[in-house]
Design a protein around this ligand. Structure first.
Ligand SMILES: Cc1cc2nc3c(=O)[nH]c(=O)nc-3n(C[C@H](O)[C@H](O)[C@H](O)COP(=O)(O)O)c2cc1C
Ligand code: SF4
Length: 678
């Protein structure tokens, strides 16, 4: 038996958890018609198979119709969910893991224009900044109805074979009652702490009386809202004690902070560049004060930190939730002493931002997550060993090389630069985003494991590639900054990459024209303003930085708002001309009828990249498929069989930004999807 603290079993009431690592509840937005169907099942089971002690599925499954599924939540208020839950719990139990589900009423943290278009309810009319709905002030009959809904939903979950349910209190209806900031009720549910906690206690009592004692019941709640006038630490401690003393719950799942704004949510679920384990000591204080089973998760991205959390006795079970989205097999790798092979979570929060903006959570650098039905986490060996040449050692090229290597092929990568990384190397220039380099470092280590040969400082010409006598050539050369977008004066502008890389000296009065809306413009602004420049970011879009998304925007705003940076939306830079040592920027608008000028000393254009594809077009006539990809075969997960030129010497493919400017996830998905069937 291992003496690793993380691998020790834990007895939670009647339940024996096989180790100390859990996946805390999170809604990846995979439900179909509000039900956990095959995709959800495959995602959940993969983590159970990977060895986690307990998977707490379904963030915020809705107990009532007036808690509409704002991020495609499960609909726990429907009876038809029971067989879907049963299918999932059976499969997870078969893998030796426990499974719980999180139930909630979102209260004001949703929108009325989702689901059945019912008015949202809360204990005051105060709107939540993030979701924007002005709530109806909850009435007595709403309260009675929702308490019953919670009990009904818990009963459904028990019937579906769940080991327990967790109530999502923080930021949701339960805590909208508890927090003095959001509860303006008179009478039994408003005023004193007793009254503000009454709703939560009533819900717990109703559930407990319905599900009995042999069913785990927990609460995930904030023990310090970190907001003036909100639940502070001393009241949070008191709430913790009362929850324990109620005898109704079996564990506490501690959160610190508030989630009503993007910034608040980002402090609760920290993004890259923010400290690891920021609330672990706080959770430890709650455990010490209550001496009660305590769970916690918040940026515990690596095994060493998780081990410390358990070994130091700060918590009983440690959540590694995003870490499991990146690598579902963490526990197995710990057991097999392959910790160094764990694919690291880089804290990009692409997963979280996507549940709102893209409709489903994807991990920035594990394209198999959420696609378990079609994409493998462990790639199968190929039947025939082939020679594969990859051109480019950015995220796309290295993913292709890693996957091809894992399949047992002989792989050579050519890279013109002296090191790997492509655009990620530039991204990681920003100290806050340097964790992104782990995307590259992990792939380099995997490539080494599979014997992939990487030749840096090698500009691959057609002859260099042909000399390898390859069966397959994969072009992953990425793109170069595309600034040629003005009607006049393109020669006077520089790119955001020029600024980030340090190739161009920052100006003092700078206009950034951003119609890509991605990270690069904000990163460039940060470099420029940090060097003392006055910066205006101008976009023709309705809002700025639409591709950066909510939580990713938070650290930028925290930095840029302290610097001399302003944003101008709905204006388009049309042309630039030189006037002495100044530049005159001519600005119009897609809405028409305006013409303005800006006089600056530097104009930066952020318009994405344009493919670096010369080598692809040079090789195309020499290939068997002329570069053609069968989309049907690609999507169906079959090997590519296009034959356009029987005299050709190799199959030729192009992936990532060398096809068109997209993002890191798209580049990695391109590579995995293609290479897993070569
Ligand atoms: C895509 C996604 C959805 C989430 N949804 C919920 C949710 O519905 N309820 C909840 O309590 N936490 C939710 N979380 C937060 C996680 O449970 C966890 O607290 C958070 O990711 C921090 O832990 P980590 O750093 O180990 O990932 C979500 C997280 C992610 C990544
Ligand atoms: S997208 Fe980023 S934060 Fe989310 S799981 Fe992947 S690496 Fe972690």
């Amino acid at each position: 038996m291992s003496n690793d603290p993380l691998l020790q079993p834990y007895k939670l009431k009647h339940l024996t958890l096989r180790n100390r690592i859990i996946v805390t509840s999170h809604e990846p937005a995979y439900p179909e018609d509000g039900m956990p169907k095959q995709r959800y099942l495959a995602y959940t089971v993969e983590r159970a198979r990977g060895g986690v002690a307990m998977t707490m599925t379904a963030g915020s499954a809705a107990v009532s119709k007036d808690s509409p599924p704002v991020f495609n939540n499960l609909l726990a208020y429907k009876d038809e969910i029971v067989p879907w839950i049963r299918q999932m719990t059976d499969a997870v139990h078969e893998e030796g893991a426990a499974i719980m589900i999180q139930l909630t009423h979102l209260g004001r943290r949703t929108r009325w224009d989702k689901g059945d278009w019912l008015p949202v309810v809360a204990p005051s009319h105060h709107r939540e900044a993030s979701h924007r709905a002005f709530p109806k002030k909850i009435e007595d009959w709403d309260i009675e109805r929702i308490i019953k809904d919670f009990a009904d939903a818990a009963e459904r979950m028990k019937a579906g074979g769940m080991d327990g349910v967790e109530l999502e209190a923080y930021g949701h209806l339960l805590e909208q009652f508890t927090s003095p900031l959001t509860n303006e009720l008179d009478g039994p549910y408003g005023g004193s702490l007793d009254n503000r906690m009454r709703f939560c206690m009533d819900v717990l009592k109703a559930i407990r009386s319905r599900v009995g004692e042999d069913f785990i019941l927990g609460v995930r709640y904030t023990a310090d809202e970190c907001l003036p006038g909100g639940t502070g630490k001393s009241e949070g401690l008191e709430i913790s004690r009362r929850l324990k003393e109620s005898g109704l719950v079996d564990y506490l799942n501690v959160i610190r902070g508030h989630i009503d704004t993007d910034a608040g949510l980002t402090d609760v679920i920290p993004i890259q560049g923010m400290a690891n384990a920021p609330h672990l000591d706080f959770a430890g204080e709650i455990r010490a004060a209550t001496n009660f089973p305590t769970f916690h998760a918040a940026k515990i991205p690596d095994v060493a930190t998780a081990r410390h959390a358990i070994a130091s006795g700060k918590v009983d079970m440690i959540g590694m939730t995003r870490a499991h989205m990146t690598d579902p097999h963490i526990v197995r790798k710990i057991i097999e002493k392959r910790e160094d092979e764990i694919r690291p979570c880089v804290g990009a929060n692409y997963c979280l931002d996507r549940i709102y903006q893209g409709g489903a959570a994807y991990c920035i650098h594990n394209a198999a997550t959420g696609r378990e039905l079609t994409m493998p986490h462990v790639v199968a060996k190929a039947e025939t060993r082939k020679k594969i040449v990859v051109v480019g050692a950015g995220p796309a090229g290295l993913e292709a090389a890693r996957v091809a290597g894992e399949r047992g092929h002989e792989v050579v990568v050519f890279e013109a630069a002296s090191g790997p990384g492509g655009q990620i190397r530039l991204t990681a220039q920003s100290p806050r985003r340097k964790e992104m380099m782990s995307i590259i470092d992990w792939r380099m280590a995997q490539c080494e494991k599979y014997g992939v040969a990487i030749r840096f400082n090698t500009w691959a010409e057609a002859e260099t590639i042909e000399a390898e006598n390859p069966d397959v050539v994969i072009i992953a050369t990425g793109g170069v900054a595309h600034t040629d977008v003005l009607s006049k004066g393109n020669e006077f502008v520089v790119s955001s990459w020029d600024i980030i890389s340090g190739d161009v000296k920052p100006g003092t009065n700078v206009l950034i024209f951003d119609d890509a809306g991605d990270h690069a413009a904000l990163q460039a602004a940060e470099f420029l303003a940090g060097a003392g420049a006055k910066v205006e970011i101008m976009t023709p879009d309705r809002s700025f930085s639409p591709e950066v998304m909510a939580m990713n925007l938070v650290p930028y705003m925290r930095s840029l708002q302290k610097l001399d940076v302003t944003f101008t939306v709905t204006y388009r830079l049309e042309s630039v001309e030189r006037n002495g040592n100044q530049l005159v920027a001519h600005v119009g608008s897609d809405y028409g009828g305006v013409s303005k000028q800006r006089v600056v000393d530097q104009v930066v254009v952020n318009h994405g990249t344009i493919p670096l594809d010369d080598i692809y077009f040079e090789l195309k006539p020499k290939s068997t498929n002329h570069g053609e990809v069968s989309h049907d075969e690609l999507i169906a997960g079959q090997a590519q069989s296009v034959m356009r030129n029987p005299q050709g010497q190799f199959q030729l493919f192009r992936i990532g930004d060398s096809v068109s400017a997209r993002n890191t996830h798209a580049a990695i998905y391109d590579a995995l999807r293609l290479a897993k069937d070569i």
